[in-house]
Design a protein around this ligand. Sequence first.
Ligand code: ZN
Length: 227
Amino acid sequence: MIKDDIISYRKMCDIENVQTLQRGMNFRLNPNYSVILMSQRKNAPYTDQIIEDELKIIYEGHDIPKTKDIDNPKKYDQPLKTKTGKLTENGKFVESVNNYKKGKMPERIRVYEKIFPGVWSYRGLFNLIDYQHIISEDRKVFRFELKLTEHEIDETILLKQRSRIIPTEVKMEVWKRDGGKCVICKATDELHFDHDIPYSKGGSSITVENVKILCARHNLSKSDKIE
Ligand SMILES: [Zn+2]
């Protein structure tokens, strides 16, 4: 799996070897890493942001669950522990940051971003490096800071030098226009957002016009021809 791969919800669950992914925060979903699901869509329940040219993500912690007594979780502080005293996902993320600051390895986190219902884009492997506990609209929330792992930073800088970072708004438009299919063969699996402007032409800004959806086969056959 590489950055900007488009995958269905089902495929995402298969990759992570789970039946369902219901929660946004999944600490140690795998023995080696955690998984978060993020969204920058307008009606998203949390404020998540990708910043610094995709090198960092600010990820909002999650609210207490809705229950009979709690009809609006947004009125309550985001919890560090459950009623029975166990760490919540926020709590586990915070603990992990504290351990990192004491010299342990940072928690590795795979990040998936929702483009449309059922349609996800892989954003890469990140390190969980910091958090803030802040007041937002009269309650306390967590803001976790994730930084792209070294290996992927190299790749992203390379992509950036080639002006190949595709903004989320563009991905959403392209997905709608191309109907979620490879524009050549109409395949609906193993899809990738493909940038049309070759590096040699300096490929300036990324717009809906120069991005399209290609399946793995056509993505490969295309790169065979270049250079
Ligand atoms: Zn195709």
